[in-house]
Design a protein around this ligand. Structure first.
Ligand SMILES: Nc1ncnc2c1ncn2[C@@H]1O[C@H](COP(=O)(O)OP(=O)(O)OP(=O)(O)O)[C@@H](O)[C@H]1O
Length: 305
């Protein structure tokens, strides 16, 4: 079934032939992706394959090197800062480093977006915050300070904060990271039910294939600098693409390379002292014995001293 036949309204997020990267370095090329209202889309792929980069492009944190990223029918690359701000207010975002405010309580953290961005009275805020905390199983922890909660609880508080404004698009970067199996299953079901209840579009980056395949309508896998496969969880499971097959089986041998590309690093002893990106070098710290990648030749030159 094509996307068009599945949906009557246009996608809320569309990537059309998009190439993404940093400076002159390309991370993902010729990407086509669509996310519709009411849909949970799981974005999977190996570490460093560009999943977070893709979310950054959807929020306008980075601009496409090529192609168009459209959100709510507006080209992100052409928006003024004011338009971008307005679009972002319709999005809930939970990034990996979605740090909580340590000087606020659990309640204060979840209430923060409402106090900043809505005109709700404190009584309404109380109701909304307790409702969202209840949904993530933390209503009784509302009074605790951030230093009194565990890492997994902090993720759930951040989740409650991301959804408290009931956004039209929710972007999650690894919402299941650091959760125990019970919280993980609960969070996955929560994401599904919130999407259904709010009628929003949800994109989640995840390494948890089992839970995400249970709740996702569409799965996109990126790897090797581009989109590897997309479709329903069943279609992706049945894909005969070798990258996808290796990734889904979690096999260590195959086209997916576990190591960071060797031509990108300069190592001294065990410390990375430089990352080489095209002709740019970012120096970290010096060492004595080193292996080197030639910054311009782009291949590994072992050097021993
Ligand atoms: N701000 C940046 N500047 C330059 N390069 C970056 C930047 N952020 C990420 N990268 C590089 O882009 C590539 C993709 O990174 P990204 O964070 O998008 O991967 P990911 O798929 O989300 O990885 P993970 O699953 O490990 O979180 C990596 O090689 C990373 O080093």
């Amino acid at each position: 079934m094509t996307a068009e036949s599945r949906h009557s309204s246009p996608p809320v997020i569309r990537f059309a032939d998009v190439t993404l990267g940093y400076d002159t370095r390309v991370i993902l090329r010729d990407l086509n992706l669509e996310v519709y209202k009411g849909e949970v889309v799981a974005l999977i792929g190996g570490s460093g394959s560009g999943k977070t980069t893709l979310l950054r492009a959807a929020t306008g944190q980075i601009r496409a090197q090529k192609g168009a990223v459209t959100v709510f029918d507006h080209d992100v690359n052409r928006m003024t800062p004011q338009q971008l701000g307005a679009v972002r207010r319709r999005m809930g975002v939970l990034f990996q480093q979605g740090a909580l405010f340590t000087d606020l309580s659990v309640f204060g953290n979840v209430a923060f977006p409402l106090r900043e961005l809505s005109k709700d009275s404190e009584a309404v805020i109380l109701d909304k915050v307790l409702d969202k905390l209840d949904q993530v199983g933390l209503k009784r922890a509302a009074h605790l300070s951030v230093s009194e909660i565990s890492g997994g609880m902090a993720r759930r508080v951040a989740l409650a904060r991301a959804i408290v404004l009931e956004p039209e698009i929710i972007l999650f970067d690894e919402p299941f990271a650091g959760l125990d199996p019970i919280s993980l299953g609960m969070t996955a079901r929560l994401i599904r039910s919130l999407t259904d209840k709010l009628g929003c579009a949800t994109v989640l980056i995840t390494h948890d294939l089992e839970e995400s395949f249970l709740i996702a309508d569409q799965v996109y896998m990126v790897g090797d600098g581009s989109l590897v496969v997309s479709g329903t969880p069943d279609e992706v499971r049945q894909s005969d693409n070798s990258l996808a097959r290796q990734f889904l089986k979690g096999a260590s041998s195959g086209p997916v390379v576990f190591e960071y590309p060797p031509q990108m690093i300069l190592i001294a002893g065990s410390a990375v002292i430089a990352r080489v990106s095209n002709d740019r070098q970012f120096y970290y710290r010096a060492g004595i014995t080193y292996y080197a990648t030639h910054p311009y030749a782009g291949h590994l030159l072992p050097v021993f001293s």
